[in-house]
Design a protein around this ligand. Structure first.
Ligand code: SF4
Length: 131
């Protein structure tokens, strides 16, 4: 039969090990939290960058449909897709079906329409983005 008594030394070693794990977890959590705080602080400096990004995004085109089939092009046309929304408050960027690009200066995609989609664009299937 195995002796399951815990010596004082074993106990202190285990508690010490748990303490190190706890410290490691705290450091990790604090590092994650610190990053979140850093991300949360970014919007304070964003307006100038946002203006630049908005200007830059308006300077590129997402109308190249050369890789699409005739049906996909017809779908784009029937939903009246345009790179520049006629409604300031309704753009692809705030549409539920928009798939943003990694950079604000690139065409994104759409869950409904194939091909490049401009963040400032619009089509008749626009749906308010739900956060
Ligand atoms: S559904 Fe229309 S408005 Fe919405 S992202 Fe696609 S193309 Fe833009």
């Amino acid at each position: 039969m195995e002796d399951k008594r815990v010596t004082r030394r074993d106990f202190l070693l285990r508690v010490g090990a748990l303490g190190l794990v706890g410290l490691g977890s705290s450091a990790l959590l604090s590092a994650c939290g610190g990053q979140q705080q850093q991300q949360a602080a970014q919007p304070e400096t964003a307006p100038a960058d946002a203006d630049t990004a908005a200007t830059a995004s308006a300077e590129f085109s997402c109308t190249d449909v050369s890789g699409l089939t005739a049906e996909e092009i017809q779908m784009r046309e029937s939903l009246q897709y345009t790179d520049h929304s006629p409604y300031p408050d309704k753009t692809c960027a705030n549409c539920q079906l928009f798939i943003p690009a990694e950079s604000p200066n690139q065409c994104g995609a759409c869950q409904l329409i194939k091909g490049p989609i401009h963040p400032d664009g619009y089509c008749t299937s626009w749906v308010q983005k739900v956060s």
